[in-house]
Design a protein around this ligand. Sequence first.
Ligand SMILES: [Zn+2]
Length: 445
Amino acid sequence: MTTLYAGGWIVTCDAAGTEHPSGWVLVDEGVVTAVGDSEEPHADERVELADAVVTPGLVNTHHHLCQTLTRARAQQADLFTWLQELYPVWAGIDAEAEYAAARTGLAELALSGCTTVFDHHYVFPRGREGLIEAEVQAARELGVRIVASRGSMDLGVSDGGLPPDELVEDLDTVLAETERLAGELHEAGAGARVQLAVAPCSPFSVTRRLMQESATLARALGLPLHTHLAETREEEAYCMELYGCTPVEYLADLGWLGPDVWCAHCVHLDAHEIVDFGSSKTGVAHCPTSNLRLGAGVAPVRQLVDAGARVGLGVDGSASNERSDLLFEVKMALLVARGRGGPAAMTAREALRLGTRGGAALLGRDDIGSLEPGKQADLAIWRTDVLELGGAEDPVAGLVLTAPHHVDRLVVGGEDVVRGGTLVRADEAEIARDQRAQARRFAVT
Ligand SMILES: [Zn+2]
């Protein structure tokens, strides 16, 4: 079964940045087989794009789906204060709540054009099972790809860490659970719908030994590594006091810089550390909205990209964003880059590349992130006849600069996930109702 999506502005996000202002994409069995603007090839089915913009499906590289249950809390707090207020609330998470939260965040992301979602889950209250399985189930039902993670915390407050002791686990449990989930869930190779990453939470909530053993296990299993890093000045001070070095120096000492690692935030890097990230091909999940919401600062993304580091985008958790809208994050990346470096610091197309090709590179995926022969047919189709895009002669720049927008059609591996701006496999109103019911369980009053 072949499908031709024709009559739209195709943004391939290939290495050369090729675009076809009046082009087509040919898909066969869920895989892109040709992209062009010459005579249309024959296909079993022809989808008329009516001047829509077609981009690769966006790739989210940092999130905490469970946080959709706890939005708009600790509203004026810095990161550590915010975490200390929320840890005890998150301690109530169970599989039922995780499922409702994941469906909400994944649905929001899908409607914002996102086809692949990384989730960093690190809260595992004792005796609560099936949390990762619940979010994987939600992703499968909605039809998006998920890279889940077995996150972890083992450095509680009585040992000098930030999280309460009741929320930390022992190292052996973490490693055994990671190995179990990898065996049960992780799909290797092109077109994978479910994958697993190894993701100890942060320098202030994980012991040195767990950081090291996580890396050893991930490398033995061939899984990517992820953590939070250099998010705030307070974290830097914490690392200096506890480890006698900066967060990046600590990471380097652990053997964590490398092409199989990506870190969320990286707001506070000095010039040498930016060079180290570039030369080691370490990745950065840039989360501008969350960084602004918590007053953490703005990551040096222009410098990181120029240094050769891999950079993608993340909406981060919904307790610090509070949206899960990845196209909006593309626009935010552009805005904060310009706020930091002036109007030439980032173009609309560069921002879009971070949210597509850049994200795929962080996750170690060469089958998604661009529209080229052999890639997965993950397409985000954006109408251009909407109110907000009127007058935008360059619809690609218009799409980014006037974001957010709901995607009109979202295709994952050739299958519709969103059509006509509506979820195909789930009912948005039902998801919202279930979410509200679960969120009430986490109300403080
Ligand atoms: Zn985070």
